[in-house]
Ligand binder design. Sequence first.
Ligand code: ADP
Ligand code: MG
Length: 357
Amino acid sequence: TILGPNYGKEDKVLVSIRIRPTTSAHPAWDHSAQRTIKLFPQYAKSTATTPPEFNFDEVITGSENRPVYNAVARGHVCAAMDGYNSIIFAYGQTASGKTFTLSGTEDQPGIIPRAMKDVFGYIRRTPTREYLLRCSYLEIYNETIYDLLAPPSMSAAQPVQIQGSGILVPLREEVVTSLKSVKEVLERGERNRRTASTDWNERSSRSHSVFRLVVESRERGEKRSETPSGRQTPGTRPPTPGGPRLQTIGGRSVQTSVLSLIDLAGSEKATSDKERTREGKYINTSLLTLGSVIGTLAENAAKNKNDHVPYRNSKLTRLLQPSLSGDARISVICTINPDATAVAESTSTLLFAQRIK
Ligand code: ADP
Ligand code: MG
């Protein structure tokens, strides 16, 4: 089985911390207890207050990406194959390890390549169903959504709009049939992302990137009915509470779900005048909105409440609204740099993580 330990977990939101390796001899954070992270007293702002201490679903150290995938992503990938919308976020300050965690390197593949490998493994092991996979790749920069699978000039001239029902127009969705074809699509997206910006480092730390895989499946039967492609279904229909999304086409029910893997913009506070511009403001607003949306969803689920969820306050949450509402499985991996120089930003990341728990 490829089910992870957190599959079927009662909690709506799985919140974990990943601490990247440090070059300094004395990290500022104590992680001697399994799910706990606390600040060593000498790094606290004042000796008068107790240094902050936090508990999470997982706190993971090290440079190995496999344990991270197994602990906080695998279950969500399985859930997506079973028909549930699933979203995995990487949140943290620039250089804390978001991209390392999600994309990884040749030696240490991250969540995205591991997820895709598992998706095709799952399909091979499920011969009773047939699957249709489509992927799209988007970048949200300054509250504008760019299609990374379209040529940069085209996507700049005609950014993606979110229509009333949540459908994205225009959007390229590529049908993928193998690990190799997903890899090609991802590489094309990365190339377009680099070409689109004059200052790639700056832009990549200031934008969100969203990789989406739409999974459609149905029981295999003798009678072939028309394939439900050609129209857009990615989690855009109202969710069916309490179970996977089912739709009947040609007499056989089609199950649709979306797996979204999101590398968020750097969470750091604006430090220079240049950063205190429009962009910095947009990023903070959209990360703030993401925090309140996930926080409200978790709270609604835990307390069986129905509080208003502020999806409309940012493009990112608006884009994810069809996936987030209903019975989505959400995993938020917060990455921190344990160095003393980053204590303020790491504390703010841990507070964000605590707020959405
Ligand atoms: P971010 O995407 O948050 O800006 P990156 O993922 O690009 O940060 O990480 C910055 C640098 O640190 C990269 O060179 C990356 O390979 C390295 N790095 C980050 N996290 C780890 C880790 N857990 N183990 C080893 N190297 C890491
Ligand atoms: Mg990055």
